[in-house]
Design a protein around this ligand. Sequence first.
Ligand code: SAM
Length: 250
Amino acid sequence: FGTLYIVATPIGNLSDITYRAVQILTEADLIFAEDTRNTRKLLDHYQVVTPVQTLHEHNEKESVQKVLALLKQGQNLALVSDAGTPLISDPGFVLVSELRKSGANIVPVPGPSAVIAALSVAGIATDHFSFEGFLPSKEVARQEVLAGLSDESRTMVFYEAPHRLSATLADMELTFGAERVAVLCRELTKAYETIHSAPLSELLSWVNQDVNQQRGEIVLVVQGVDKSRRHDELTSFDKHLLKTLLDELP
Ligand code: SAM
């Protein structure tokens, strides 16, 4: 049996790759990538000539048998995504979960991920956090997800598309309150890297006043609800419980 290496690649700055990742990519028989042209640029930079094939969310299911067959032949394979760690808001989950059932060797080659990079500089509690990935693009669905997070006391981390940033911050202000602190982490490790921390209402006006802040790749780190300040308020669960009890009363 060969090994499938899950290899993290840079989220911007090409130097953010581990020695081991370059070595594994060099020695692998085949690399599976989301977008072969994108990965080729990284490989060219490190003079890696290993062949690359596509594996994206649309062909991931079909690829499982193919990958398994190659591993059975003893080939060593690598999976990369366009940026950061595969499976983190990127393809690979179907492949890894299916291969794990068949007892294949799957080995992590850790490195960058935007969620961890953002948390490491945001200055918001990191002892407990919830990675929320991308919010739904439709307004109503997005607001529903945010409403479901209104009682979340852990730090929340969101990936967001630049053209939705302003609308999302406005929805967050409505749901979490104007005072809740959030940190915009934009273009991390790249030329226009920006890390800006402010209460949601201020962050929203800052972003609306400067369209440049609505460009590029974005992570939002949002403080969790301070439960100690809400002892006199009812959580949505409390309200639900209260309503159920009142409904039952004669
Ligand atoms: N697998 C990647 C990881 O480990 O972070 C995430 C891939 S996901 C398709 C792409 C999203 O990650 C972007 O829309 C953005 O929210 C976030 N992201 C990726 N690179 C980033 C960067 N350099 N700065 C800020 N956010 C970034």
